[in-house]
Design a protein around this ligand. Sequence first.
Ligand SMILES: [Zn+2]
Length: 257
Amino acid sequence: MAIFLNIVAFVFGALIGSFLNVCIWRIPEEKSIVFPSSHCPKCGKSIRPFDNIPVLSWLILRGRCRDCGEPISPRYPLVEILTALLSLAMFWQYGPSLEYLAAFLFAAVLVVITFIDFDHQIIPDVISLPGIPVFFLLAVFVMGIGFVESILGILIGGGFLYLIAVGYELLTKREGMGGGDIKLLAMIGAFVGWKGVLFTIFVASLSGSLAGLALMLHSHEGMKLAVPFGPFLAVGALGYLFIGPEVMDWYIYWMKH
Ligand SMILES: [Zn+2]
């Protein structure tokens, strides 16, 4: 039974991942995510239902459109596998429960934001802004995060990055941190609360700086390359759901002693 439920969580995740691919592709272009059904961007033929099975169809078709042979990016199956693994991980963490569904929704939204940020260096307001009240309600009524804790998460998440952005602009006269990151961190704060948002900022800043440093060492253009910050915030927030509370309790314990 346990194995069966794990398989269900994995397959459910892969199916949702297939839908997330559509969102990643269409939301930045402000197209409907429901109509029309998926079609090949080259020849325009609709994808047949049996060619739309997550991961498997891509493997069977060897990554090419059945009609015109146009290569299909391996990112499609990768997003599906990533989403399937996140679903499974959330299932292990929360078991068959509403908490699982809420946490998996949170992870799925972060997957979409991460890949859109990679592609376009934007975080669409149509995701992050409604995400703030939605994840506030889920945090308070499903996850059992306190009302005040979630509100503080929104304020710290939004406020912290806003202050950094203003400071950066004053110092360098250039626009640094995008407004999209600020709204994303407010959304993250709503779901993980103030402790979670501090954890997220810490992990994202550390991993983002290391990645920036690696890029700089790798190429002299590193300083000018825009490194999207959204994916690092997503990693920090998801990390918090798994190990964050223990780490923060440990940290607060040591601060007091
Ligand atoms: Zn085609």
